[in-house]
Write a protein that binds this ligand. Sequence first.
Ligand SMILES: Nc1ncnc2c1ncn2[C@@H]1O[C@H](COP(=O)(O)OP(=O)(O)OP(=O)(O)O)[C@@H](O)[C@H]1O
Length: 273
Amino acid sequence: MVTAFMEKTTENQAVQSNSQSHKEPILRVNNLEIFYGEKRAVNGISMDIEKKSITALIGPSGCGKSTFLRSINRMNDLIPGARAEGEIIYEDLNILSEQINVVALRKEIGMVFQKPNPFPKSIYENITHALKFAGIKKKSKLDEIVEESLKKAALWEEVKDRLHKSALSLSGGQQQRLCIARTIAMKPTVMLLDEPSSALDPISNAKVEDLIVDLKQEYSIIIVTHNMQQASRISDKTAFFLSGDIIEYDNTEKIFTNPAVKKTEEYISGRFG
Ligand SMILES: Nc1ncnc2c1ncn2[C@@H]1O[C@H](COP(=O)(O)OP(=O)(O)OP(=O)(O)O)[C@@H](O)[C@H]1O
């Protein structure tokens, strides 16, 4: 558990989005600043992220969406010179605390990247690799998790007869669903998706979108997307980022039909970015 290695944080002061929230938050972001060396890429943002919802992060290139997303499971730790200040509260604990067990954190807060990145191993091994590392050795248990994860990722029917074939023999869309299955196998609570379907053809994109919508029954999902149609189709909440700030954060329907801020309207109608 992440919590075993964490200290309790101070009282949290996260803000709600503008519209009343009907679900409790899974994450509370308080005055989060992220720097690359001297350069500040995220300027003290605060937001609550709802449990079992899809939250879309939109905004022009370089506005800090991916930097924010990566901070949630401490992936920015891998970038020399990157540092974060403020709080991201998860289960009453600050993810940014030095005491955190980052490996345990990344099991609970999993990530899927833009380009499908399966290991050059079999479909089965792609899912069992991290499980074995985590100490699960029994074949029957591994078989069970493989089947369950592939079913949840809507890939089982397509691959059940070729589990021991190379993952690289799958199509791009299937590879991305395998990467999602690999994340599901670790039993996360939060899934971070960084433009997960932008490298895919339209049919694969539609399958991945359907899958993401299904997954919110069980997981809290945060997705970075450049595709406005995608954000409006699948997300419940949308945050519009610009130059490291959140300009507007609200119900997706509100953002796309009646945004409160002119800049949001200009961005979603394609006038810049
Ligand atoms: N590894 C890095 N080192 C230094 N600066 C970085 C690094 N990654 C991002 N930045 C800078 O931080 C700012 C935010 O970048 P980020 O990638 O988070 O934006 P983004 O909104 O996700 O953009 P895109 O939509 O193009 O992916 C940019 O000015 C970018 O140049």
